[in-house]
Design a protein around this ligand. Structure first.
Ligand code: AP5
Ligand code: MG
Length: 186
């Protein structure tokens, strides 16, 4: 059974948050969700929060420098194994992570644009997330994912640590696939 750290890689709405929550019910993991960290900063009105509030509301990425600093601080404090949800999101972030910690399993949640948009719009009715409210912002997030984040699939494939999962399935089915990978991966 795999005992190490995990990256959940996937477009906005692909199920990263949902699945990491499910995983913590069965395995001893802490979840590091950079989107949640940034939204908490925004709510708290901290310096960082004020700096980034328009960026995340409009669906743009914050700078690699800022997010790397935040992640490094969290990893430094944490000595449990972790699931990364929403990080890394660019090649520079992935290279930074290589320098600060070890991850030997990257799970890529593969899904169509149409399903993503429908899921996010549905969630937007209750999430209170500004970036869930309009098709324009959702499209921007998906476009950004393809340009900035999708190259990570190739990056991790070359390291032979990437597994692709069909994220169009039900939550139970996707979770079951991930479970099987964790059991077999070493
Ligand atoms: P972040 O919070 O990471 O948002 P995201 O990547 O856009 O992903 P989401 O949280 O929207 O989706 P998810 O994959 O978690 O899906 P979920 O499980 O909720 O980032 C927000 C912002 O912060 C970014 O835009 C950026 O500005 C900034 N940021 C964060 N990290 C950064 C970084 N590293 N660098 C720079 N900037 C960064 O599922 C979606 C919905 O679908 C839910 O309602 C769920 O119930 C439902 N659902 C899930 N799975 C299924 C299923 N299998 N079947 C049916 N419904 C499902
Ligand atoms: Mg999420």
């Amino acid at each position: 059974m795999y005992q190490g750290n995990i990256i959940l890689l996937g477009a906005p709405g692909s199920g990263k948050g949902t699945l990491s929550k499910e995983l913590t019910k069965r395995y001893e993991y802490v979840v590091i969700c950079t989107g949640d960290i940034l939204r908490n900063e925004k709510r708290s009105g901290s310096d960082i929060g004020n700096q980034i509030k328009d960026i995340i509301g409009r669906g743009n990425l914050v700078t690699d420098e800022l997010i790397n600093k935040i992640v490094q601080k969290v990893l430094y404090k944490n000595n449990q194994r972790f699931i990364l949800d929403g990080f890394p999101r660019t090649i520079p972030q992935a290279k930074f992570l290589d320098e600060v910690d070890e991850v030997d399993l990257v799970i890529y949640l593969d899904i169509s644009d149409e399903t993503l948009t429908n899921r996010i719009l549905e969630r937007g009715k209750t999430s209170g997330r500004e970036d869930d409210q309009s098709v324009d912002i959702i499209n921007k997030r998906i476009k950004q994912f393809k340009e900035e984040t999708l190259p990570l699939v190739d990056f991790y494939e070359k390291k032979s640590i990437l597994v692709t999962i069909d994220a169009e399935q039900t939550v139970d089915e996707v979770f079951n696939d991930i479970n099987n990978i964790i059991k077999l991966w070493n």
